[in-house]
Ligand binder design. Structure first.
Ligand SMILES: N[C@@H](CCC(=O)N[C@@H](CSC=O)C(=O)NCC(=O)O)C(=O)O
Length: 278
């Protein structure tokens, strides 16, 4: 891993690395915040997944999460949203290709060559982080929009791997909204049966671990009715007795101003769950 940024932040370190990923078969950038407590002990980790158009920079420069991570003694890992580079397939629109990996393992060419963000986040990243940093194997996962979809699906697909999961304005039913339909048909093909493996509203119906789902959603979010539709997940979860908490936040839109307003509450939630995990 090559360190390309190194800054003191709330008594800890905000670092950015470039590393070669086996999963995506190319270079990836990765932001790692280490709180001051990591100087003397191992700390748990929150994995953050960003949304469409983001890099590893959006969350670390806009959310203000480091202050709370330092308070609670938690590392935060924020990765990029897709493989990148001149040899990596792309599309001219913002919701497909580079910056829009959707946290799936693509099976259809040309995407299948590098777009393996599910494998990267669920497997490669925790192994890499736990080998190279002073962290425990207690993990939490969260994300925004496309990244909220990633956090929910990766937690639901990997029982026991995460102590807690939360999401800001997540895409909860990608099989039923335009952003998701476009990405899943490109990356996985037109057989909708195959999409179920990456759809939180489908996965929750058969999840054998009832990990509680915490969701914050702004009611002035411009994508609420068309792309996000959190009520679909709430209905599906309640039907099978899966714990879900949807908090509607009056007046908030889809931006990082919304995330910055509530990230402290999410980090406190994860810190408590990580502490209580056996
Ligand atoms: N219309 C925008 C769409 C991009 C956008 O809003 N991206 C969001 C995530 S949306 C779902 O995944 C985001 O986080 N943007 C980065 C930021 O710093 O705000 C466009 O055309 O770009």
């Amino acid at each position: 891993m090559e360190r390309i940024e190194h800054r003191v932040c709330f008594g800890g370190w905000q670092n950015v690395y470039s590393h070669r990923s086996h999963a995506v078969d190319g270079a990836m950038r990765l932001a790692v915040y280490l709180p001051p407590q990591a100087d003397t002990q191992k700390v748990p980790v929150l994995y953050w997944l960003s949304g469409l158009t983001c890099t590893e920079q959006n969350f670390i420069t806009k959310a203000g999460a480091q202050r709370y991570a330092a308070e609670h003694g938690m590392a935060i890992v924020a990765c990029d949203t897709s493989p990148r580079g001149g040899n990596v397939a792309d599309d001219s629109t913002y919701d497909l290709g580079q910056g829009a990996g959707f946290y799936v393992d693509a099976t259809v060419a040309p995407w299948s060559r590098h777009y393996r963000m599910y494998d990267y986040v669920a497997h490669e990243l925790p192994a890499l982080i736990e080998k190279n940093f002073p962290v425990t194997n207690r993990r939490a996962i969260s994300g925004h929009s496309m990244g909220g979809h990633g956090a929910l699906t990766i937690a639901l697909k990997n029982p026991g791997r995460y102590c807690s999961v939360s999401a800001f304005a997540p895409i909860v039913a990608p099989s039923r909204v335009p952003w998701g339909e476009r990405a899943l048909s490109a990356y996985l093909g037109r057989d909708r049966e195959l999409w179920r493996a990456y759809d939180a509203t489908e996965l929750v119906q058969t999840a054998n671990e009832k990990i509680p789902l915490l969701i914050d959603q702004g009611d002035a979010d411009e994508f609420l009715q068309t792309q996000l539709r959190p009520e679909l997940l709430v209905t599906a979860a309640e039907a099978v007795g899966h714990p879900v908490r949807l908090r509607m936040r009056h007046g908030y839109d889809h931006s990082y101003y919304f995330i910055a307003s509530f990230i402290g509450e999410h980090i406190a939630y994860h810190a408590k769950e990580l502490r209580n995990a056996r």
